[in-house]
Design a protein around this ligand. Sequence first.
Ligand code: APR
Length: 258
Amino acid sequence: MKAFPPALIERLAGAQSVAVLTGAGISAESGVPTFRDAGGLWEQFRPEELANVQAFLRNPDLVQRWYAYRRKLVREVEPNAGHYALVALERLIPDFTLITQNVDNLHRRAGSQRIVELHGNLLRSYCINCRRPATEIDLEAAAEGQPARCPACGGLIRPDVVWFGEFLPEEALTEAYAACERAEVFLSIGTSALVYPAAGLPLEAKRHGAYVAEINLHPSAIAREVDAVILGKAGEILPVLVETLRQARSRNAPAAGS
Ligand code: APR
């Protein structure tokens, strides 16, 4: 079994409060392209072309089609062992918060409950005028080459995701920072740690005394500042980490009274 830093297992075994940040890397093994790896989502387009309000208002039909492609893609894939390991971890830790940058809904589909969606969710859309939630029928009602519009007011429909230059949902950020303050262990998983404020959360937790471990295919931008870097695939590492934790906890468990 993979050897983890003893301090990580010790801290996890006794932890009441754990926070996790995930990025696109945890969904890579499900077949969802990441943003910045070779062949990633941005490779076909530049962020400024699509994931911002100006691009959307300039070419709503193109942006809506890109998001329709991404919704179709995430509906066709399944959560992977990394997502399911985090569900198991959540059930072992009394105060567990899963903070995700991902908008692919795979944590929710895997069964995670305590999710903070920092960048929104692809499977939700709304009208930019009246903010009415849009249904799949609304999204598909547009004529060929025409952007989908709100049936109530005619406003353009956009995905409920955070675009470059936009603020993150206030409530999600507040919840994420609160989790960083409480966390005894913070795991940063599958993220390049390049996009703030999400990328600042692991070190925010460290400033509050958490033991911070990164689980990533390649060292991220914060690799030199965390307590441990475990290189590899989240879908392979996380199930072993949870099993190692289970064994550590059973060793520490008080002997059943004879
Ligand atoms: N297991 C673990 N880590 C992986 C795996 C894997 N199987 N595959 C890739 N990775 C790592 C890569 O090494 C990389 O560091 O996941 C990271 C993915 O980084 P990005 O593609 O930059 O994705 P992310 O960090 O989530 O991007 C943050 O940027 O474009 C915005 O809003 C978008 O939420 C996104 C944010």
